[in-house]
Design a protein around this ligand. Sequence first.
Ligand SMILES: *Cc1c(COP(=O)(O)O)cnc(C)c1O
Length: 415
Amino acid sequence: MKVPVFNKEQIQEIIKKYPTPFHLYDEKGIRETARALNDAFSWNEGYKEYFAVKALPNPTILKILKEEGCGVDCASETELMLAEALGFTGEEIMFSSNVTPAKEYVYARKLDAIINLDDYSHIDFLKENGGIPETICLRYNPGGDFQIGTSIMGSPWDAKYGMTKTQLMAGIRKLSAMGAKKFGIHAFLSSNTTDKNYYPYLAKELFTLAVEMNKLTGAEISFINLSGGIGIPYRPEDRPVDIKEVGEGVRKMYERTIAKAGMKVAIKTELGRFMTGPHGYLVSTVLHEKKIYKDYIGLDACAVNLMRPAMYGAYHHITVMGKEDAPHDTLYDVTGSLCENNDKFAVNRALPKIDIGDIVVIHDTGAHGFSMGYNYNGKLRSAEVLLKEDGSTQLIRRAETPKDYFATLDFTDTF
Ligand SMILES: *Cc1c(COP(=O)(O)O)cnc(C)c1O
């Protein structure tokens, strides 16, 4: 059974302080995941996780991850600003952007972040906007389908990211001539995968490429960036990824390729979902029930607080607090209040009988949850609350007010 890390009495106490809806993040869980990851790759000298800021761009969370030894993976000006404000500098920042504005390269270079170039044409663009650094990463797109055995894990041929192998090699040569000395190679070929072979197979491909590039260009390939993509068990029947096993799988590939060639590379990752996804909950209250052709439960949270179900039809598990053990014998659509029929957190979900005022908790909102939020229908973004290791709570982002919503207009002084 999939249950939250808190019970009904605890959440009722928390709701007295912070009205629903809000996202609640479990500090203990986040720290444990970060430690397990660092342990799984501790065999590799120079290993570093760069948390994908877009997954959960909250400074308090980033600070927790910094304490656990993580860097940050940024892709925009504001993400770089967050990184700078929290004291991340130099090689603690990976700048894995695409379609990058000039001023963002200038800013990333000012922070001495590692630039991860998405395209060959960005070499000259970076030269003019910030300059070529000594250490630089290139993003690879192998084309075709990315397969493990017979299952297709991703379709790089159809993805906008990265450069071809020919461009990668030409890029390394060109950058070397411009003064770059150390190179990284990055690829992101599958998203939200709980297949423990994903990282090992991706690593094998990139390690082999690193050996080849080193032979052909003579350049020092000093790191391999496996990016993000490791998934989480959204459904109760999904098995979590055993990260220790993943680390071992990557180590085997390392020995067969990099070590065999007498080379040494540091491994970098940019995990987002895996780090914080399972450790967030969207906490909401049941406002209405309506019975027409189906039975609808209406929450005070809606798709602006969590877009994944509306956007991808993604499954998010739901717990009705205090009714965990009751028979799940009623079929509901659980909805928000947007004037959009896809504003449904669940469709035809078997749940215990729900009453108005019940607390409904939506699981796995700790990554790509709050951060995908928007303001459609004039709905406001919720608060974010940290559940600390000692059981106390801290408001780590206040809820938006109408004033925030109107802040970009210039007629507010008439209110
Ligand atoms: C989104 C993204 C990540 C994180 O992806 P997850 O699926 O959350 O692990 C890492 N790197 C890059 C470049 C990304 O765009």
